[in-house]
Design a protein around this ligand. Structure first.
Ligand SMILES: [Zn+2]
Ligand SMILES: [Zn+2]
Length: 392
């Protein structure tokens, strides 16, 4: 056997089960060392399981499997079979994501595979009438359980991967994505003051949406989102004006359109960029952190989300896959009190969470008793931005 992998045993199985999905024929391929644990094609699931040195690809969509089998057969003599498979997957216009390194999900898959293997060996000890046309069939595994597929399909449908910021200490240009520091302001604009107390607010974060990671599913890709927040303690605006409420009176969450952003960047002269230890209008002593990039985190599955159906068969979800706390972009929000999506006042749509801000995280503020906040944007109206937080 070629150690690089062989597709000599590629074959699809006609299904004997037509329950939940209709046709669901697993495709078994010998691909030692190739790790393609999870793939989702536009909501269609192509899954793989490792079992007895085989990788099983399964999908409720038979046509997808047939196409995949043809492709594998054509690639059998290639050195880099894993790369070829990855290319094929990414070539499909409809590919949302290819997960090739998800340890947490791989663990789930391997657990499932172990159970399958146990079930399979239990079946093998039972006498069964077989209609063998081919000796090779003797040790071929049975088609996957549709219930199992339903569970895996649920995971594939709802899994999300957040991004955590990679930062460098210190303020950057006013045009940069950053936590704290000097904000990008409209030409001639004074530093935003709190509508509640009239004192300057602090910049918590600003994100240049054009620099969001391409793999982040997010409706808006241009302009600059900013969050200013009143941290004054005399008066205690956060409490007096209920700053935990979205669209509150002691914070300013806003979006600069691409034109405004460009105009602001053009008019910000070098004089507006004094050294880091002298932030211009920024009234804060809190250290700024420039965002250099984003690191994709491991997968998360939703918990208590209003639009997500519960997992099939009371499936237990690994704690490691639950929404995680911390400053993060995308993923599933780790709600403190349960989901609190603001509604867009203009179209009533549920707003999309862009960024989770943790107490004493990069925005250097504690929300109540170690709560967390969420910066949201209307999926239809990019200029509608809101920030709210909750604590325990
Ligand atoms: Zn205030
Ligand atoms: Zn709206």
């Amino acid at each position: 056997m070629d150690p690089r992998g062989s597709v000599a045993r590629v074959r699809t199985y006609p299904t004997t089960r037509r329950e939940r999905f209709g046709a669901c024929g697993p495709l078994w391929v010998r691909l030692p060392g190739i790790d393609v644990p999870w793939t989702r094609l536009a909501g269609r699931v192509l899954e793989s399981y490792e079992r007895d040195g085989l990788v099983a690809f399964a999908s409720p969509w038979r046509g997808l499997l047939d196409e995949f089998a043809d492709h594998l057969a054509g690639a059998a003599d290639k050195d880099d079979l894993g790369g070829v498979i990855g290319e094929w997957l990414l070539d499909k216009d409809e590919v949302d994501e290819v997960f090739a390194d998800d340890r947490a999900l791989a663990r789930v898959v391997i657990e499932q595979a172990r159970r399958l293997a146990a079930e399979s060996s239990a079946e093998a000890t039972a006498p069964a009438a077989r209609d063998d046309e081919d000796d090779e069939d003797d040790d071929e595994p049975e088609p996957l359980d549709p219930e199992l597929l339903a569970r895996e399909a649920w995971i594939a449908r709802w899994v999300r991967r957040p991004f955590t910021p990679r930062t460098r200490e210190g303020d950057g240009a006013s045009t940069a994505s950053k936590f704290c520091g000097a904000a990008l302001l409209r030409p001639g604009e004074a530093w935003p003051v709190c509508p509640g107390c009239g004192q300057p607010m602090r910049l918590f974060v600003q994100l240049d949406l054009a620099t969001l990671p391409p793999a982040l599913p997010y409706p808006h890709r241009e302009g600059m989102v900013q969050l200013f927040y009143c941290t004054n303690t005399d008066p205690l605006c956060e409490v007096d004006h209920e700053a935990w409420q979205p669209f509150g009176k002691s914070s300013l969450a806003r979006w600069l359109s691409p034109a405004e952003q460009a105009h602001a960047a053009k008019s910000s002269s070098p004089l507006d960029h004094p050294p880091d230890d002298h932030p211009p209008e920024g009234p804060s002593d809190e250290p700024a952190a420039m965002i250099l990039g984003w690191a994709q985190g491991s997968p998360e599955l939703p918990e208590y989300e209003p639009d997500v159906p519960p997992p099939p068969d009371d499936m237990e979800i690994d704690e490691a896959l639950r929404p995680r706390a911390g400053d993060k972009l995308g993923g599933w929000p780790a709600w403190v009190q349960g989901p609190e999506y603001p509604r867009c006042p203009r179209c009533k749509a549920r707003m999309t969470v862009l960024l989770q801000l943790e107490s004493n995280g990069l925005c250097r503020h504690q929300f109540g008793d170690l709560g967390a906040g969420h910066l949201c944007q209307c999926p239809e109206h990019p200029d509608v931005v809101a920030f709210g937080w909750a604590c325990h």
